[in-house]
Write a protein that binds this ligand. Sequence first.
Ligand code: DOR
Ligand code: ZN
Length: 345
Amino acid sequence: MDKLTIRQPDDWHLHVRTGSILKTVIGHTAKQFGRAIIMPNLKPPVTTVAQALLYRQEILAALPRESKFQPLMTLYLTASTSVEEIKKVADAEHVRAFKLYPAGATTNSDAGVADIEAAYPLFAAMEQYGVPLLLHGEVTDAEYDIFDREKLFIDNKLSKLTRQFPALRIVLEHLTTQEAVQFVEAASENIAATITPQHLLYNRNAILAGGIRPHFYCLPILKREHHRQALIKAATSGNPKFFLGTDSAPHLTGLKENSCGCAGCYSAHAALELYAEAFEQVGALDKLEGFASFYGADFYGLPRNCASVTLEKQAWIVPEAYANTDDTITPLRAGESLAWRLVAA
Ligand code: DOR
Ligand code: ZN
């Protein structure tokens, strides 16, 4: 197959930041996707509907004028989130969910939740008002091995949470392990998951074998090959619990290529092309449309997009970096070739 037309996809997990980074990255997402769930881990975090609506205005103002792209906003759950704010989200057209970062888990997560059980009254309210909970599913305690953190979160926190709140709608974000795939498959239909392009295409050798490659460092960290294969199987299975969420997370090049480099892969420049490559490797391009364009919208109770997009087998070289006023942003696959190219949206 050398041409593929599918319904326009959505990105159910995206970081776009603010200011000059927002201006550099937003066009990349807007040319591919109809909508995106925008992460709230700014500095300071987006914790109220009022702040989210201001942030949404900044995103809309940074879009190309003709763009129809719709940002779907989220709030950052903290120990001081109120039930009042949860009710407001339930009634807000442009704010769709709460994101829970365990405190210290990743970029700008210091204001996150230190004690998940202390947040149970908030989960009860989210369950009652039908507001989805988006989870960064990793334990954070320093004694835990970084490669085990997702599995331990599932065993020690998530299993209990889902038993306690069976009607709460949960998206376990950026799955990285076979155990996470199995958990989601076995869970109720209220539990779904996103999968990133980097976790479908790479294992942990990409970061560490033959030299340290900081542009492959993201959290949760890339895992062993058998985990990657479990993710590929889930994404291409046609199971509607698994859908597209890039976790594209731009950082300035100097902060990635650093003695303490930031976590995050920038993939928005070629998101759909990267997923197409992963699906094609296992002969499953026919499953891309459901994963990219149907299941996420269905889970969030939103209509599927009406427009379509076309990818062609047409090799192109990814730029070494994208310009930004302060520095550059180095994309995934910088300077390398991609087989698929988005030709029409
Ligand atoms: O690698 C990551 N980068 N993982 C996250 O959870 C956050 C993200 C970011 O905001 O940079
Ligand atoms: Zn993220």
